[in-house]
Ligand binder design. Structure first.
Ligand code: AHM
Ligand code: MG
Length: 310
């Protein structure tokens, strides 16, 4: 028997063989470690809301608050992170003990779609990484991004300049490589439309009509991470969360959600736009900044832009 066939490539091994800088690699790896604790908390915790008590009458934290604490501690532990912003925090957090040389800043959404946990749908952790002390930069300055998807399987997808790669958590608690150099095709066959149709703007209504007429299949789970993962792993399609009459900037947040996903999808050969400009070129000046988004295969993103630029 050829034993080599049984040696699966782990996350750290992959990061090193891909030549990812040591500090950046440690951040990606430590988020991977944190995700195992988040996964555990999610799969074993009592169901409950922040401010309520658990079975034993103790105060219970919401899962997204727990996930935030876990990831914050692991990022601090790397010794390579100087600033973080999290969807769960209202301001930039500074790690004082940081040796500043060669440091990174990290923006993350610890548990995106956390309300879906109560109905047992998939959720995820999303992370953007920048070199230096400023976490509020345009997405084009990212040096790496990743997400962890907590679904029937737990998978980790990262990109750090050279391709987008998927790892799956095994029963031994290791992330092993399952797909390397993921590619988004020029066009796909699925679409994921966020927002309420009653509130669509005419340009967006035209985009959705065109997709329906062209026979695209509707695939929307209500979780950004599983919806983007589906487009990446199926190799194409379009996810949209538009500007609406009630939310002119859309719903999804630029620093924690859109920038990292735009970076990964772009690295895999796809594109991301707000309908007019590339997501990665938008100025980022606020933690709570939102933007409409059209993200996925290039042809579909171009088609959406066509309706907005008419
Ligand atoms: P959250 O950050 O408050 O969890 O919201 C983000 C989620 C995304 O995962 C998803 O794409 C979107 O909100 C779904 O919104 P809607 O329920 O309006 O379809
Ligand atoms: Mg979120």
């Amino acid at each position: 028997m050829n034993m080599k066939k049984h040696v699966k490539r782990g996350l750290w091994n992959h990061l090193m063989k891909s030549g990812v800088e040591m500090g950046l690699a440690s951040i990606i790896y430590e988020v991977g470690v944190a995700s195992k604790y988040v996964n555990h908390a999610m799969r074993t915790g009592d169901l409950g809301l922040a401010g309520t008590s658990n079975l034993y009458g103790e105060d219970q934290l919401a899962l997204d608050v727990v996930a935030d604490e876990i990831i914050k501690d692991r990022l601090d532990h790397t010794g390579r992170v100087s600033r973080i912003i999290s969807e769960e925090q209202s301001e930039i957090i500074i790690f004082e003990r940081q040796n500043r040389s060669g440091g990174y800043s990290v923006c993350y959404d610890p548990l995106d779609g956390s309300s879906l946990v109560d109905v047992n749908l998939s959720v995820g952790t999303i992370v953007a990484i920048y070199a230096g002390d400023d976490p509020l930069l345009s997405g084009c300055h990212q040096v790496g991004a990743m997400y962890v998807l907590y679904g029937p399987r737990t998978t980790l997808v990262y990109g750090a300049g050279n391709g987008v790669h998927e790892f799956t958590l095994n029963n031994l608690g290791e992330y092993v490589l399952t797909k390397e150099f993921i590619k988004v095709k020029e066009s796909g066959r699925i679409f994921s439309p966020g927002g309420i149709r009653r509130d669509y703007l005419p340009e967006h209504e035209a985009v959705v009509k065109k997709l329906e007429e062209d026979g695209y299949k509707l695939r929307y789970s209500g979780g950004f991470v599983p919806d983007i993962n589906q487009i990446l792993l199926k190799g194409g399609g379009l996810f949209m969360y538009p500007a609406t009459t009630t939310a002119p900037q859309g719903k999804l947040r630029l620093p924690f959600e859109l920038n990292p996903m735009a970076y990964l999808v772009g690295l895999a050969g796809g594109a991301a736009s707000d309908g007019r400009r590339p997501i990665l070129e938008l100025d980022c000046y606020d933690l709570d900044q939102r933007s409409p988004v059209y993200i996925g295969s290039r042809e579909e993103v171009e088609m959406a832009k066509h309706y907005f630029n008419k």
